[in-house]
Ligand binder design. Sequence first.
Ligand code: PMP
Ligand code: GLN
Length: 389
Amino acid sequence: MSDRPLLNRRLAGMGTTIFAEMSALATATGSINLGQGFPDTDGPREIAEAAAHAVLTGKGNQYPPGPGIPELRGAVAEHQQRCYGLTYDPDGEVLVTAGATEAIAASLLALLEPGDEVIAFEPFYDSYAACIAMAGARRIPLTLRAPSFRPDLERLRSLITPQTRLLLLNSPHNPTGMVLTPDELHGIAALAVEHDLLVVTDEVYEHLVFGPAVHTPIASLPGMRERTVSISSSGKTFSFTGWKVGWVTGSRELVAAVRTAKQYLTYVSAGPFQYAVAEALRLPDSYFTDFRADLQRKRDLLDAGLRAAGFEVYEPQGTYFITTDITPLGEKDGLEFCRTLPERCGVVAIPNSVFYDDPEAGRSQVRFTFCKKDEVIEEAVRRLGSMGA
Ligand code: PMP
Ligand code: GLN
């Protein structure tokens, strides 16, 4: 064999995702896993039963239609209308994907040419960097800075060049919990229109927003519908992260482009789960408000516990993550901290530095998730609090 590296240079250095590394560490050490974001309680029983029923009655056990089953495309369109007043034709303006992860990959692979520049908030969700790289495009970070993590729109303007093709947004934002305000969204939309940019917006945490913050899809702003690919997923909203049912909404032209790439990635996936998610999207408003209220309570529980344990805490407006700073604990390096935390106190967390191009920018930040049972959160903060003792 030649000396040529097997992994192509676009993916060089991307190794194993931090989520896999830290979840494996949690399993190996028997630690409480507040790293990877997955709930320790499954979503609604009736939705799980709908999935089981679909399997047993032969719904979706064979390849479902390429764009997704009509029931789910209809339910997604209804959801966009009911929650945001956005109108999409289930036939051509909605596409079902293998989670938001495939929607992100297909969108970027479809819409980018090699050499295009993509501006994305930093810290960024790790698959963005990999997908931009696989498309041969260049990632241009717009760094969100503690404590508020608000985007600097003047800086955004200064990053736009003739090579800029696309803005990759994420609000509510993982890992910081920042939720874009209507003013910020208008500012970003105005820049997109002025410079004729496409927008891909990852809104998987759309229902995990804590008042007074509200989630506004950028696609609902003037001039944005025709240039925006909106992405969401059932994983976070319905607490079934393993089902991997996601979707894209956008203009017919944009969805056709994304579908072209998507059909050669998975073609289709999760047939029976698509039926169950169609039912989930039609749950009454009370499901969404109760879910949010419960999570907000958990956020407050973890927030108070982390403060008591000595962390600097940046209260999130959305998502199920809290970003902290470990400097007040006399610590400097989040990666080192997270790698040793299991042996020090039996807790696993995620170092935000891996979500930055310049790891120095997030070196002392560590992320914890609160989508866990109250007693798990309580035990985790007890352990963290006794670490120095
Ligand atoms: N985007 C963000 C910001 C996420 O945090 C996640 C993690 N689940 C995803 C996309 C992927 O979503 P899915 O599990 O539906 O592929
Ligand atoms: N979105 C989840 C998180 O941020 C992880 C998903 C994954 O493991 N890729 O923790």
